[in-house]
Design a protein around this ligand. Structure first.
Ligand code: NAP
Length: 304
């Protein structure tokens, strides 16, 4: 248990405290709102100079998760003065048609960012379509160009929005990364690997774990911060944590048993042990589209 916490990491004004030694809940919304405020000012400045920041969203099929993400992104874009162009195909679309459509968007000087909802249906080559995107418009960091940019700092590209959202959340709540021991559970190209690189850029000491890691609980318990990105509902239970830690739960999983969304962390157990934890839903996911909008505005600024 975590009996007393005297000071909130964020100064106590924007975080939610729970009673009796439970963890501080690091909600995504205040962090997203802070990003929005800065992005809106930059979008307004661009609009005044005759540039309308514009995001194209490519969706193939009607997957409910894709549609929900698209709606959320459109809502935030509209609030921030970012125009959206929706490019929608049916499941039966041919690869060439998608490639042609990406080429048109790449060449369009009025489109700043392109978000392709992934993965594409199984009959299509997702990797080939990703590589067709121009890295300068690749606002969700899916191309090899963005990867190289993230790893080397050279060239053009963006980090994947969810990975960057983890960093933004930690920064907002003033959780120190520099010199901290941070364990990332998961090594996907979307989250685990890019977030590890971003954390390294913040001067953290990073350990990346995966399905072959031996004795995972002993590794996660060593960390100051645990980033959970396994895609396994409530896999990390109380055994994986110790007092004083910060937990960022990236997972978004549907629990048949609970009939609700759950993270990769067993929240009810972890919140009694650690110092700070992000909720699911309402944590990292809320920051992801704010980062997306920030990337679109940055791309539009580069156009200027
Ligand atoms: P993924 O591609 O399936 O990768 C999962 C990673 O976790 C893999 O590297 C895998 O290891 C590792 N892993 C699986 N089981 C493990 C275990 N028992 N012990 C240790 N490591 C294990 O998933 P992802 O795309 O990175 O997504 C992760 C989670 O984030 C999912 O719940 C997803 O829904 C969620 N997500 C959230 C957002 C958001 O905005 N919050 C956005 C995207 C995704 P191996 O490499 O060895 O197989």
């Amino acid at each position: 248990m975590n009996p007393i916490r005297a000071v909130s990491a964020s100064g106590g004004n924007l975080t939610e405290w729970t009673e009796n030694g439970m963890a501080e809940i690091l909600k995504g919304k205040p962090a997203a709102d802070a990003i929005d405020t800065a992005v809106k000012a930059r979008a307004d400045a661009l609009i005044q100079r005759g540039i309308a920041p514009t995001l194209a969203i490519i969706r193939v099929g009607d997957d409910p998760d894709d549609c929900a993400y698209e709606r959320g992104a459109m809502k935030r874009c509209s609030r921030l003065g970012i125009s959206v162009r929706n490019v929608v195909f049916t499941d039966s679309v041919r690869q060439e048609t998608i490639m042609d459509s990406i080429d048109v968007l790449n060449e369009d000087p009025n489109v700043d960012g392109i978000l392709m909802l992934l993965p594409l249906p199984g009959n299509l080559n997702t990797r080939k379509a990703c590589e067709e995107l121009s890295p300068s418009k690749d606002v969700d960091g899916v191309t090899q160009g963005s990867c190289a940019y993230l790893y080397s700092g050279y060239g053009t590209g963006f980090a994947p929005c969810t990975a960057e959202a983890c960093i933004e959340l930690l920064k907002y709540y003033q959780v120190p990364m520099k010199g901290s021991r941070i364990v990332v559970v998961g090594r996907s190209l979307v989250i685990g690997k890019p977030v590890s690189m971003l954390l390294l850029n913040e001067n953290a000491t990073v350990t990346v774990c995966h399905s072959k890691t031996v004795d995972l609980p002993s590794v996660t318990r060593e960390a100051d911060i645990v980033i959970a990105a396994l895609g396994r509902p409530e896999f990390l239970d109380g055994n994986y944590f110790r007092e004083g830690q910060t937990v960022v739960d990236v997972g978004i999983n549907w629990s048949e048993e609970k009939q609700k969304l759950v993270g990769d962390v067993r929240f009810d157990e972890a919140e009694k042990i650690v110092s700070r934890i992000t909720p699911v839903p309402g944590g990292v996911g809320s920051v992801t589209t704010a980062v997306l909008c920030a990337h679109v505005v940055k791309a539009a600024e580069m156009r200027l």
